[in-house]
Design a protein around this ligand. Structure first.
Ligand code: GLY
Length: 358
Protein backbone atom coordinates (compact mmCIF):
# COMPACT_ATOMS: atom_id res chain seq x y z
CA UNK A 1 0.00 0.00 0.00
CA UNK A 2 1.57 3.37 -0.97
CA UNK A 3 1.51 6.30 1.47
CA UNK A 4 -1.47 8.03 -0.08
CA UNK A 5 -3.51 4.86 -0.17
CA UNK A 6 -2.48 4.00 3.38
CA UNK A 7 -3.58 7.48 4.59
CA UNK A 8 -6.90 7.16 2.78
CA UNK A 9 -7.35 3.70 4.24
CA UNK A 10 -6.63 4.91 7.79
CA UNK A 11 -8.94 7.90 7.36
CA UNK A 12 -11.77 5.87 5.92
CA UNK A 13 -11.37 3.27 8.65
CA UNK A 14 -11.48 6.00 11.29
CA UNK A 15 -14.56 7.56 9.69
CA UNK A 16 -16.26 4.20 9.42
CA UNK A 17 -15.46 3.47 13.06
CA UNK A 18 -16.72 6.87 14.14
CA UNK A 19 -19.88 6.51 12.06
CA UNK A 20 -20.43 3.08 13.52
CA UNK A 21 -19.98 4.44 17.00
CA UNK A 22 -22.46 7.23 16.39
CA UNK A 23 -24.92 4.84 14.78
CA UNK A 24 -24.70 2.40 17.66
CA UNK A 25 -25.07 5.21 20.20
CA UNK A 26 -28.08 6.53 18.29
CA UNK A 27 -29.69 3.13 18.14
CA UNK A 28 -29.02 2.61 21.83
CA UNK A 29 -30.42 5.98 22.82
CA UNK A 30 -33.53 5.53 20.66
CA UNK A 31 -34.22 2.01 21.85
CA UNK A 32 -37.60 1.63 23.46
CA UNK A 33 -37.72 2.26 27.19
CA UNK A 34 -38.11 -0.99 29.11
CA UNK A 35 -41.70 -1.92 29.83
CA UNK A 36 -41.16 -2.48 33.51
CA UNK A 37 -43.68 -1.96 36.23
CA UNK A 38 -41.21 -2.50 39.08
CA UNK A 39 -37.51 -1.92 39.74
CA UNK A 40 -35.03 -4.70 39.02
CA UNK A 41 -32.23 -4.92 41.61
CA UNK A 42 -29.52 -7.59 41.65
CA UNK A 43 -26.84 -8.22 44.26
CA UNK A 44 -24.36 -10.81 45.41
CA UNK A 45 -25.77 -13.60 47.59
CA UNK A 46 -25.11 -11.64 50.81
CA UNK A 47 -27.27 -8.78 49.49
CA UNK A 48 -30.86 -9.86 50.20
CA UNK A 49 -31.42 -6.91 52.56
CA UNK A 50 -29.75 -4.60 50.03
CA UNK A 51 -31.97 -5.62 47.09
CA UNK A 52 -35.11 -5.20 49.22
CA UNK A 53 -34.08 -1.76 50.48
CA UNK A 54 -32.97 -0.52 47.06
CA UNK A 55 -36.10 -1.80 45.30
CA UNK A 56 -38.33 -0.17 47.90
CA UNK A 57 -36.53 3.14 47.50
CA UNK A 58 -36.56 3.07 43.69
CA UNK A 59 -40.25 2.17 43.71
CA UNK A 60 -40.83 5.21 45.95
CA UNK A 61 -39.04 7.43 43.42
CA UNK A 62 -35.48 7.56 44.77
CA UNK A 63 -32.48 7.94 42.49
CA UNK A 64 -31.10 4.51 41.56
CA UNK A 65 -27.63 5.25 42.97
CA UNK A 66 -28.96 6.58 46.28
CA UNK A 67 -31.07 3.43 46.48
CA UNK A 68 -28.34 0.84 45.87
CA UNK A 69 -25.96 2.66 48.23
CA UNK A 70 -28.61 2.68 50.97
CA UNK A 71 -29.00 -1.04 50.31
CA UNK A 72 -25.32 -1.91 50.71
CA UNK A 73 -25.00 0.40 53.74
CA UNK A 74 -27.02 -2.21 55.67
CA UNK A 75 -24.30 -4.78 55.00
CA UNK A 76 -21.40 -2.32 55.46
CA UNK A 77 -22.67 -1.50 58.97
CA UNK A 78 -23.37 -5.14 59.89
CA UNK A 79 -20.63 -6.38 62.28
CA UNK A 80 -21.54 -9.99 61.46
CA UNK A 81 -20.66 -9.72 57.76
CA UNK A 82 -16.88 -10.24 57.88
CA UNK A 83 -16.30 -9.38 54.23
CA UNK A 84 -17.63 -5.84 54.04
CA UNK A 85 -17.28 -2.59 56.01
CA UNK A 86 -17.48 -2.65 59.83
CA UNK A 87 -16.50 -6.11 61.10
CA UNK A 88 -14.60 -6.98 57.91
CA UNK A 89 -11.47 -9.12 58.21
CA UNK A 90 -8.32 -6.99 58.43
CA UNK A 91 -5.05 -6.89 56.51
CA UNK A 92 -1.99 -8.80 57.73
CA UNK A 93 -1.25 -6.03 60.28
CA UNK A 94 -4.73 -6.37 61.82
CA UNK A 95 -6.07 -3.15 60.25
CA UNK A 96 -9.32 -3.10 58.26
CA UNK A 97 -8.95 -1.38 54.87
CA UNK A 98 -12.03 -0.83 52.72
CA UNK A 99 -12.55 -0.44 48.95
CA UNK A 100 -15.65 0.78 47.13
CA UNK A 101 -16.84 2.37 43.91
CA UNK A 102 -20.11 3.71 42.55
CA UNK A 103 -21.41 4.50 39.05
CA UNK A 104 -24.43 6.67 38.30
CA UNK A 105 -25.84 5.59 34.95
CA UNK A 106 -28.04 8.60 34.14
CA UNK A 107 -25.12 11.05 34.34
CA UNK A 108 -22.28 8.64 33.41
CA UNK A 109 -20.35 9.62 36.53
CA UNK A 110 -18.25 7.51 38.89
CA UNK A 111 -16.48 7.75 42.24
CA UNK A 112 -14.18 5.45 44.17
CA UNK A 113 -12.12 5.03 47.33
CA UNK A 114 -9.50 2.39 48.13
CA UNK A 115 -7.58 1.29 51.21
CA UNK A 116 -9.81 3.53 53.33
CA UNK A 117 -9.50 3.04 57.10
CA UNK A 118 -11.85 3.89 60.00
CA UNK A 119 -15.02 4.71 58.02
CA UNK A 120 -17.94 2.28 58.12
CA UNK A 121 -19.53 3.25 54.79
CA UNK A 122 -16.89 3.60 52.04
CA UNK A 123 -19.66 3.56 49.40
CA UNK A 124 -20.91 6.91 50.71
CA UNK A 125 -17.42 8.36 50.57
CA UNK A 126 -17.11 7.07 46.97
CA UNK A 127 -20.39 8.81 46.13
CA UNK A 128 -19.00 12.08 47.54
CA UNK A 129 -15.80 11.68 45.49
CA UNK A 130 -18.13 11.54 42.48
CA UNK A 131 -20.31 14.45 43.58
CA UNK A 132 -17.89 16.81 45.30
CA UNK A 133 -14.59 16.45 43.44
CA UNK A 134 -13.28 16.52 39.91
CA UNK A 135 -11.65 13.12 40.53
CA UNK A 136 -12.84 9.56 40.23
CA UNK A 137 -10.61 7.81 42.77
CA UNK A 138 -9.03 8.80 46.11
CA UNK A 139 -7.02 6.28 48.15
CA UNK A 140 -5.48 5.68 51.57
CA UNK A 141 -4.69 8.62 53.83
CA UNK A 142 -6.13 11.06 51.27
CA UNK A 143 -9.44 9.20 51.24
CA UNK A 144 -9.59 9.26 55.05
CA UNK A 145 -8.86 12.98 55.15
CA UNK A 146 -11.51 13.56 52.48
CA UNK A 147 -14.06 11.56 54.53
CA UNK A 148 -13.08 13.47 57.69
CA UNK A 149 -13.59 16.78 55.89
CA UNK A 150 -17.11 15.64 55.01
CA UNK A 151 -17.92 14.85 58.64
CA UNK A 152 -17.81 11.04 58.59
CA UNK A 153 -17.46 9.50 62.03
CA UNK A 154 -14.18 7.62 62.58
CA UNK A 155 -14.37 4.25 64.32
CA UNK A 156 -12.14 1.24 64.83
CA UNK A 157 -13.57 -1.13 62.20
CA UNK A 158 -11.95 -4.22 63.75
CA UNK A 159 -14.60 -6.03 65.79
CA UNK A 160 -13.60 -8.48 68.49
CA UNK A 161 -14.76 -11.38 66.32
CA UNK A 162 -12.65 -10.26 63.35
CA UNK A 163 -9.66 -9.61 65.63
CA UNK A 164 -9.86 -13.17 66.98
CA UNK A 165 -9.90 -14.60 63.43
CA UNK A 166 -6.89 -12.48 62.49
CA UNK A 167 -5.03 -13.45 65.68
CA UNK A 168 -5.56 -17.15 64.95
CA UNK A 169 -4.16 -16.68 61.44
CA UNK A 170 -1.15 -14.87 62.92
CA UNK A 171 -0.57 -17.31 65.80
CA UNK A 172 -0.68 -20.29 63.44
CA UNK A 173 2.10 -18.67 61.35
CA UNK A 174 0.02 -19.56 58.32
CA UNK A 175 2.04 -20.09 55.16
CA UNK A 176 -1.00 -18.94 53.23
CA UNK A 177 -0.18 -15.32 52.63
CA UNK A 178 0.36 -13.16 49.54
CA UNK A 179 4.16 -13.11 49.50
CA UNK A 180 5.45 -15.29 46.68
CA UNK A 181 9.15 -14.91 47.29
CA UNK A 182 11.90 -15.45 44.77
CA UNK A 183 11.15 -17.90 41.94
CA UNK A 184 13.96 -20.20 43.13
CA UNK A 185 12.76 -20.23 46.76
CA UNK A 186 11.80 -23.65 48.15
CA UNK A 187 8.06 -24.26 47.87
CA UNK A 188 7.63 -21.14 45.69
CA UNK A 189 4.91 -22.79 43.59
CA UNK A 190 2.70 -23.47 46.55
CA UNK A 191 2.49 -19.92 47.84
CA UNK A 192 -0.20 -17.37 47.13
CA UNK A 193 -2.73 -20.09 46.39
CA UNK A 194 -5.64 -19.51 48.68
CA UNK A 195 -8.13 -22.15 47.65
CA UNK A 196 -11.78 -21.29 48.18
CA UNK A 197 -12.17 -24.43 50.19
CA UNK A 198 -10.23 -22.78 53.03
CA UNK A 199 -12.87 -20.90 54.97
CA UNK A 200 -10.38 -18.75 56.86
CA UNK A 201 -9.76 -16.71 53.71
CA UNK A 202 -12.34 -14.54 52.08
CA UNK A 203 -12.57 -12.20 49.13
CA UNK A 204 -16.17 -11.48 50.16
CA UNK A 205 -17.78 -8.35 48.88
CA UNK A 206 -21.20 -6.94 48.08
CA UNK A 207 -22.17 -5.70 44.64
CA UNK A 208 -25.61 -4.21 43.99
CA UNK A 209 -27.02 -2.80 40.73
CA UNK A 210 -30.47 -1.27 40.35
CA UNK A 211 -32.69 -0.43 37.37
CA UNK A 212 -35.76 1.79 37.65
CA UNK A 213 -38.96 1.20 35.67
CA UNK A 214 -38.05 4.35 33.68
CA UNK A 215 -34.77 2.75 32.56
CA UNK A 216 -32.25 4.47 34.85
CA UNK A 217 -29.48 2.21 36.13
CA UNK A 218 -26.70 2.57 38.73
CA UNK A 219 -24.41 0.32 40.75
CA UNK A 220 -22.12 0.03 43.75
CA UNK A 221 -19.50 -2.44 44.96
CA UNK A 222 -18.02 -2.38 48.46
CA UNK A 223 -15.69 -4.67 50.43
CA UNK A 224 -13.06 -5.11 53.10
CA UNK A 225 -11.18 -7.05 50.42
CA UNK A 226 -9.01 -10.08 50.76
CA UNK A 227 -8.52 -11.13 54.37
CA UNK A 228 -4.96 -10.74 55.73
CA UNK A 229 -3.87 -8.98 52.54
CA UNK A 230 -0.60 -7.08 52.25
CA UNK A 231 -1.39 -3.58 53.62
CA UNK A 232 -2.36 -1.25 50.80
CA UNK A 233 -3.46 -4.09 48.53
CA UNK A 234 -6.36 -2.93 46.35
CA UNK A 235 -8.74 -5.44 44.77
CA UNK A 236 -11.27 -5.12 41.97
CA UNK A 237 -14.10 -3.60 44.03
CA UNK A 238 -13.04 0.07 43.72
CA UNK A 239 -11.83 -0.25 40.12
CA UNK A 240 -14.28 1.12 37.57
CA UNK A 241 -14.57 -1.53 34.84
CA UNK A 242 -13.37 -4.35 37.10
CA UNK A 243 -15.60 -4.68 40.19
CA UNK A 244 -18.35 -2.54 38.66
CA UNK A 245 -19.39 -1.10 35.33
CA UNK A 246 -22.57 0.73 34.35
CA UNK A 247 -23.59 1.90 30.89
CA UNK A 248 -26.90 3.75 30.75
CA UNK A 249 -27.70 2.32 27.31
CA UNK A 250 -26.80 -1.30 28.08
CA UNK A 251 -27.05 -2.13 31.80
CA UNK A 252 -24.76 -2.84 34.73
CA UNK A 253 -22.54 -5.58 36.07
CA UNK A 254 -20.43 -6.21 39.14
CA UNK A 255 -18.28 -8.89 40.68
CA UNK A 256 -17.24 -10.66 43.85
CA UNK A 257 -14.40 -13.11 44.39
CA UNK A 258 -10.70 -13.02 43.54
CA UNK A 259 -10.12 -9.39 42.64
CA UNK A 260 -6.76 -9.95 40.98
CA UNK A 261 -8.43 -12.13 38.32
CA UNK A 262 -11.22 -9.60 37.77
CA UNK A 263 -8.82 -6.67 37.42
CA UNK A 264 -6.71 -8.48 34.81
CA UNK A 265 -9.77 -9.25 32.69
CA UNK A 266 -11.56 -5.86 33.13
CA UNK A 267 -14.35 -8.10 34.42
CA UNK A 268 -17.49 -5.97 34.79
CA UNK A 269 -16.67 -4.01 31.64
CA UNK A 270 -16.25 -7.26 29.73
CA UNK A 271 -19.69 -8.40 30.93
CA UNK A 272 -21.40 -5.13 29.98
CA UNK A 273 -19.73 -5.10 26.56
CA UNK A 274 -20.93 -8.69 25.98
CA UNK A 275 -24.49 -7.55 26.75
CA UNK A 276 -24.00 -4.62 24.36
CA UNK A 277 -23.23 -7.16 21.64
CA UNK A 278 -26.39 -9.12 22.30
CA UNK A 279 -25.69 -11.62 25.07
CA UNK A 280 -28.22 -12.08 27.86
CA UNK A 281 -26.99 -11.10 31.35
CA UNK A 282 -26.32 -14.74 32.26
CA UNK A 283 -24.47 -15.46 29.00
CA UNK A 284 -22.46 -12.27 29.46
CA UNK A 285 -21.47 -13.26 33.02
CA UNK A 286 -20.33 -16.69 31.77
CA UNK A 287 -18.39 -14.97 28.97
CA UNK A 288 -16.56 -12.86 31.57
CA UNK A 289 -15.71 -15.97 33.57
CA UNK A 290 -14.37 -17.81 30.51
CA UNK A 291 -12.04 -14.87 29.92
CA UNK A 292 -10.73 -15.35 33.46
CA UNK A 293 -10.18 -19.08 32.91
CA UNK A 294 -8.35 -18.37 29.65
CA UNK A 295 -6.03 -15.82 31.26
CA UNK A 296 -5.19 -17.67 34.48
CA UNK A 297 -1.83 -19.25 33.70
CA UNK A 298 -0.15 -19.43 37.12
CA UNK A 299 0.17 -23.08 38.16
CA UNK A 300 -0.23 -22.16 41.83
CA UNK A 301 -3.76 -20.94 41.02
CA UNK A 302 -4.86 -24.04 39.10
CA UNK A 303 -6.02 -27.45 40.28
CA UNK A 304 -4.90 -30.78 38.81
CA UNK A 305 -7.42 -30.37 35.95
CA UNK A 306 -6.20 -26.86 35.14
CA UNK A 307 -9.25 -25.16 36.68
CA UNK A 308 -8.92 -22.06 38.87
CA UNK A 309 -8.71 -22.92 42.57
CA UNK A 310 -10.47 -19.64 43.37
CA UNK A 311 -13.97 -18.40 42.65
CA UNK A 312 -15.29 -15.31 40.90
CA UNK A 313 -18.95 -14.37 40.45
CA UNK A 314 -20.51 -11.83 38.13
CA UNK A 315 -23.98 -10.30 38.46
CA UNK A 316 -25.70 -8.30 35.74
CA UNK A 317 -28.88 -6.46 34.84
CA UNK A 318 -29.67 -5.36 31.29
CA UNK A 319 -31.41 -2.12 30.47
CA UNK A 320 -34.53 -4.07 29.39
CA UNK A 321 -34.85 -5.60 32.86
CA UNK A 322 -33.32 -9.06 32.40
CA UNK A 323 -30.89 -10.20 35.08
CA UNK A 324 -28.40 -12.97 35.70
CA UNK A 325 -25.49 -14.21 37.73
CA UNK A 326 -22.72 -16.73 37.13
CA UNK A 327 -19.86 -18.20 39.13
CA UNK A 328 -16.78 -20.18 38.22
CA UNK A 329 -17.90 -22.89 40.67
CA UNK A 330 -21.36 -24.37 41.25
CA UNK A 331 -23.74 -23.88 44.18
CA UNK A 332 -23.65 -20.07 44.24
CA UNK A 333 -26.67 -17.77 44.42
CA UNK A 334 -27.42 -14.14 43.83
CA UNK A 335 -30.09 -11.88 45.29
CA UNK A 336 -32.68 -10.27 43.04
CA UNK A 337 -35.75 -8.11 43.44
CA UNK A 338 -38.15 -8.10 40.48
CA UNK A 339 -41.92 -7.64 40.21
CA UNK A 340 -41.90 -6.44 43.81
CA UNK A 341 -40.52 -9.74 45.12
CA UNK A 342 -37.19 -10.40 46.80
CA UNK A 343 -35.59 -13.81 46.25
CA UNK A 344 -32.41 -15.80 45.72
CA UNK A 345 -31.64 -17.22 42.29
CA UNK A 346 -29.03 -19.87 41.44
CA UNK A 347 -25.96 -18.65 39.57
CA UNK A 348 -24.99 -20.37 36.33
CA UNK A 349 -21.53 -21.90 36.58
CA UNK A 350 -18.59 -23.23 34.59
CA UNK A 351 -17.38 -25.99 36.94
CA UNK A 352 -19.15 -28.42 39.27
CA UNK A 353 -17.81 -28.32 42.84
CA UNK A 354 -16.57 -31.72 43.96
CA UNK A 355 -18.69 -33.21 46.75
CA UNK A 356 -17.47 -32.32 50.25
CA UNK A 357 -15.32 -35.05 51.83
CA UNK A 358 -16.61 -36.80 54.96
N1 GLY B 1 -13.41 -8.90 45.15
C1 GLY B 1 -12.90 -8.39 46.33
C2 GLY B 1 -11.43 -8.33 46.40
O1 GLY B 1 -10.74 -9.08 45.74
O2 GLY B 1 -10.92 -7.50 47.14
Amino acid sequence: MNDLTRRDFIQSTAIAAATGAIASRASASTQAAPKLTHPVVVASGNGMAATQKAADMIAAGADTLDAVIAGVNIVEKDPDDMSVGYGGLPNEDGIVELDSCVMHGPTCRAGSVAALRNIKTPSRVAQLVMERTDHVMIVGEGALRFARAHGFEEVNLLTDKARRHWLKWKEDHSKKDDWLGAPDAPDADNKGARADSEPMFTYGTINCCGLSPTGEVSGVTTTSGLSYKIPGRVGDSPIIGAGLFVDRTVGAAGSTGRGEAVIKSCGAHTVVEAMRHGMSPTEACLHGLKRIVDTTTELRLLDEKGRPKFDVKFYAVSIDGRHGGAALWSDAHYAVNTDGKNRREPCAHLFQRPPKKG
